[in-house]
Design a protein. Structure first.
Length: 87
């Protein structure tokens, strides 16, 4: 393993790797893993669709500034703008 491997910017140690190996070798509770779920949480009863959107650097900067100012994500700001324009 490279000495530069990290998880969220924190270096991975040999002790961590040994612990993960021991955990894997002892086996996993598959049912518990299934209950945990995968990916992002849903936004409704149906799966959400991903839509690509092209923005200029200025538009993206404005979007990011608003999202930061309002404590929201880019997606939240875009969804709110779409909902407001459709009303």
């Amino acid at each position: 393993m490279s000495m530069n491997e990290t998880i969220n910017g924190v270096p991975v140690t040999e002790e961590q790797i040994a612990g993960w190996v021991a955990e894997a070798e002892s086996g996993y509770d598959v049912e518990a893993l299934k209950r945990r779920g995968r990916g992002r949480p849903g936004r409704g009863a149906e799966p959400s669709l991903v839509v690509a959107l092209r923005l200029t650097p200025d538009e993206l900067a404005s979007l990011d500034a608003r999202a930061k100012r309002e404590g929201k994500t880019r997606s939240e700001v875009i969804r709110e703008a779409l909902a407001a324009s459709a009303a």
